[in-house]
Design a protein around this ligand. Structure first.
Ligand SMILES: Cc1ncc(COP(=O)(O)O)c(C=O)c1O
Length: 400
């Protein structure tokens, strides 16, 4: 028998696996499952982006390129960071990787030593703690309370810092809560990081998906000193409906970029070449399809919130999300009640019962470290969303 390493065995299996396996079984049996579990836009990649990939193939751009990314693409990313975020980087500070997830892995692997602590608000994107553990670090959590809009305060962050704290993972707009921090809140958090010399991993993958008048502010914008302590991660998966293409990138201080570039040259090498040409077209081409998609998400969000407001009489609650395409439905008030004789003990039972009895798939909050809620994605058609919400309402009204 091959014994797996301690590092790999520390990684938790995906908690959503059982739910998605069951949902797939039902679908295969011809049952209409309404899926609120989706983590990607339900839109196709815009045509001009696909055409750029085809064109790259026709031109024979099928060979290795520089491990850290095509020079033209890195230049386009530098331009994007300047135009959108007013951040100045040299192309050598940009590393293009296989999705933002890969960029996050590279960033943590490059900075964290065995036993270093990495802070993050909870609820968190479920991959962060597992990458931290895989890199020998220790994830530590700061509770982002629903009544504070699922946002932590600078004071909470400061109280959580220990002598072992090396990094803070900051994700605004946030998956799973949709929380978007304001510039003022971000500046207060940056002050604490600067005071204690904490590296910030700023995951800005949902940057473009912001509604209701809020705007994105990168923590790296706070000051040149803060920029020197920040690794900015972004990508095209969510904003350009390009999840399957696999392209993310990071921008960081030169010494870190150099280390990541060397590591990537020995691990994955370059992101597939045609995807890089497609991404160049995404960043430099017509942004109307992206804007239309965001507007569609905005309309669905309105409808979703309207319906959730109507469900409050059942004891359910939610926190208005300003970004991404998720909302947390707080159902802890109903714990202790039963559905068809099965007691609701937590978000896992809620998800399981909803799938079994109402054919609605969603993600239990426990996957994000918060058992009080379930996450609903609105990356599904409006008609499915409305039907699904009706089924959820029925389910909770049948609990006794
Ligand atoms: C918060 C967050 N960061 C990063 C990612 C990874 O994105 P990518 O598809 O670019 O790897 C996701 C994807 O779900 C995410 O939700």
């Amino acid at each position: 028998m091959i014994e797996v390493s301690k590092r790999v065995s520390a990684i938790a299996p995906s908690m959503t696996l059982a739910i998605s396996a069951k949902a797939n079984e039902l679908k295969a049996a011809g049952v209409k499952v309404i899926n609120f579990g989706v983590g990607e836009p339900d839109f196709n990649t815009p045509k001009h982006i696909c055409d750029a990939a085809k064109d790259a193939l026709d031109k024979g751009y099928t060979k290795y390129v520089a491990a850290a990314g095509l020079p033209a693409l890195k230049k386009a990313i530098v331009k994007k960071l300047k135009n959108d975020n007013n951040l100045d980087y040299d192309p050598s500070q940009i590393i293009v990787s296989n999705g933002a997830k890969h960029s996050i892995f590279n960033a943590i692997f490059a900075v964290i030593n065995e036993g270093d602590e990495v802070l993050m608000p909870k609820p968190y994107w479920l991959t962060y703690p597992e990458i931290v553990k895989a890199c020998g670090g220790i994830p530590e959590y700061i509770y982002a309370k629903p009544r504070h809009g699922y946002k932590i305060t600078a004071a909470q962050l400061e109280a959580a810092i220990s002598p072992r704290t090396k990094m803070f993972i900051f994700n605004s707009p946030c998956n799973p809560t949709g929380a978007v921090y304001t510039e003022k809140e971000i500046r207060a958090i940056a002050d604490v990081c600067l005071k204690h010399n904490i590296v910030v991993l700023a995951d800005e993958i949902y940057e473009k998906l912001i509604y209701g008048g809020e705007t994105h502010f990168s923590i790296a914008q706070c000051s040149p000193e803060m920029k020197d302590l920040t690794i900015v991660v972004n990508g095209v998966s969510k904003s350009y409906a390009m999840t399957g293409w696999r392209l993310g990138y990071l921008a960081c201080p030169p010494n870190v970029a150099k280390a990541i570039s060397s590591f990537q040259s020995h691990s994955t090498s370059n992101v597939n070449t045609m995807t890089q040409y497609a991404t160049l077209a995404a960043l430099e081409g017509d942004d109307k399809p992206m804007k239309d998609m965001i507007a569609a998400f905005g309309r669905r969000r309105e409808k979703m919130l309207e319906k959730l407001e109507e469900m409050k009489f059942l004891g359910l609650d939610y926190v208005k999300p300003d970004g991404a395409f998720y909302v947390m439905l707080l159902c802890d008030n109903l714990y202790g009640k039963s559905y068809k004789g099965v007691k609701l003990n937590g978000s896992m039972e809620v998800a399981d019962l909803l799938l079994t009895h109402k054919q609605v798939a969603l993600t239990p909050g426990v996957c994000f470290g918060d058992d009080d809620a379930v996450r609903l994605s609105y990356a599904l058609s409006t008609s499915d969303m409305l039907e699904g919400l009706e089924r959820i309402k029925e389910f909770f009204s049948e609990c006794e």
